[in-house]
Design a protein around this ligand. Structure first.
Ligand code: BES
Ligand code: MN
Ligand code: ZN
Length: 506
């Protein structure tokens, strides 16, 4: 059951729960005041006689209604200080509000809002639309393998609808329509991340992508083993050679922009559908999390869905390198040497450093084939980035200040945090092999493991090509719910990249 969201100027349908927005200091706007009067002063009574809920951003308070009121409960939602509220703050509040409503057992809710503009920059319509987006994003559930939930007997699964009643309903609905495209892309990315690896493996993944995106107008091409072999994408092939599930590459093109002119924007994703480590096998504790080793690719695929749904006026190529990293009789051995698509030879010293092997050929391919004006790759590439930045920030390695500037702005606007990390000649050199051109692990061991991984990738990027490598290993899945994403997989990157495209390249 997916959460229904609607905007209305007049009362429409029944609700069991009414929501009033409250500003810091317990201040009520006209819509909340009206609700307060309808409830015989219930809201102001509580604001006056308790001091826990003060209207701070993200706070909520559930009140039980009394027999004469048309609702079962009234929920107060804090929005903080009016002149500090921005779109992202609205999303966070909307997400927390969803959690409070679902937790209280609400099934149908109605939000009352008014017109006006805060000094922080959001007008009421935009604010309401972003609150709705926050709620929608938080409402995501992955329950297709829970046979019981189909009957709707999950306690937290009952919130079916949010009706937002406000004078500017039409404008809010228009803003929300674009935002819903973002939510759909994020949900797709989350669905892909959550699928178990016996269901989602390179071939099935490619099929799912095509089935979902082709009807939306995205051109989807699957490059299979035969074609990868002919091309010479041997590093990518090497990662998949220990698995019974053959690797492949999926190219997705969205051409909503002008013909000619600069090349497309390219987004590249690591799609290792399961990473056992290969012959350099990982310890079994926690290995199950390696089903998320395709989250970079999921972000790219989700982005393509969003761009198509909102008919973005831009030319984009999304490309994901898919493989399953398994040990086995055909698997690569530590010390194997492979000729990459670029012509450079790589010594595979640790088969668990497989992401870079998939990415190097995918990066070479996209540059040769599409001459993109910039590249952003996303990958759950190193455990070292988790050590450095934890679950808070993704690491961003960027060879172009302008691209970094744009990424940073998109990051601030969406709350998908990025921390810039260094690219350096020394890190590239650390990947010099004694017997081949490049090795896939650093001569400096584990030191600066994320930086040397980026140094490896940089050796496959053309001179003067703006490029950003986002190491998302720490943020691709979380142990706890976040305001706008239930655990585990937030679909990190879809919102960030969509914003990057919308604000700087459309
Ligand atoms: N997929 C892992 C990185 C990873 C680790 C992501 C933990 C999320 C959480 C990657 O393929 C990997 O195994 N990297 C190795 C590289 C090393 C062998 C040079 C790592 O980080 O240990
Ligand atoms: Mn690995
Ligand atoms: Zn991996």
């Amino acid at each position: 059951m997916s959460l229904k969201i609607g905007f209305f100027t007049k009362a429409s349908g029944r609700a069991d729960t009414a929501v009033a927005f409250v500003w810091t200091g317990g201040k009520l706007g006209p819509a909340a005041e009206k609700l307060d009067r309808q409830c015989g002063g219930l809201i102001s009574f509580h604001l006056k006689n308790q001091d826990k809920f003060t209207g701070k951003k993200g706070q909520t308070l559930v009140l039980a209604a009394s027999p004469k009121m048309p609702w079962l409960r009234i929920v107060l939602a804090g929005l903080g200080e009016a002149d500090k509220l921005d779109a992202l703050g609205c999303e966070t509040s909307g997400g927390k509000l969803y959690a409070a409503l679902a937790g209280a057992g609400a099934e149908k809710s109605i939000f009352f809002a008014e017109d006006g503009k805060t000094k922080g920059g959001v007008d009421a319509a935009t604010g309401a639309a972003h609150i709705a987006l926050g709620a929608k994003l938080r409402s995501y559930r992955f329950d297709k393998y829970k046979s019981k939930n189909k009957k709707g007997d999950d306690k937290n699964g009952g919130l079916a609808s949010i009706a937002i009643q406000m004078p500017a309903a039409d404008r809010a609905a228009k803003v929300y329509k674009k935002l819903d495209a973002v939510a759909q892309g994020v949900f797709f990315a989350r669905d892909l991340a959550n699928e178990p690896p016996n269901v989602l493996y390179p071939e099935s993944y490619a099929r799912i992508i095509k089935k979902e995106l082709a009807p939306l107008g995205v051109k989807v091409d699957i490059i299979d083993v035969k074609q990868l072999t002919k091309l010479g994408s041997n590093a990518h092939l090497m990662v998949g050679q220990g698995s019974a599930r053959p690797p492949c590459t999926v190219v997705m093109r969205w051409n909503g922009g002008k013909k000619g002119g600069k090349g497309p924007l390219a987004f590249v994703g690591k799609g290792v559908t399961f990473d056992t480590g290969g012959i350099s096998i990982k310890p079994s504790a926690g290995m199950e999390d390696m089903k998320f080793d395709m989250c970079g690719s999921a972000a790219v695929v989700g982005l393509m869905k969003t761009l198509a749904l909102r008919k973005a006026k831009v030319n984009v190529v999304g490309i994901v390198g898919l493989a399953e990293n398994m040990p086995g009789g055909h698997a690569a051995r530590p010390s194997d040497i492979v000729r990459t698509l670029s012509g450079q030879y790589v010594e595979n010293l640790n088969t668990d450093a497989e992401g870079r092997l998939v990415l190097c050929d995918t990066l070479t391919y996209v540059q040769r084939e599409y001459n993109p004006r910039l590249i952003v790759d996303l990958a759950t590439l190193t455990g070292a980035i988790v050590v450095a930045l934890g679950a808070e920030y993704a690491g961003a390695f960027v060879n172009d200040d302008r691209l970094w500037d744009n990424l940073q702005k998109a990051s601030k606007a969406t709350g998908e945090k990025l921390w810039r990390m260094p690219l350096d000649e020394a890190y590239r050199k650390a990947m010099d092999s004694a017997v081949a051109d490049i090795r896939n692990t650093s001569t400096t061991g584990r030191d600066a493991g994320s930086c040397t991984a980026a140094g490896f990738l940089e050796r496959f990027i053309d001179d003067n090509r703006p490029w950003a490598h986002l190491d998302i290993a720490g943020v691709a899945w979380t142990k706890a719910d976040k305001p706008t994403s239930p655990k585990p997989a937030p679909g990190y990157g879809v919102q960030l990249l969509d914003r990057l495209v919308a604000d700087h390249y459309e």
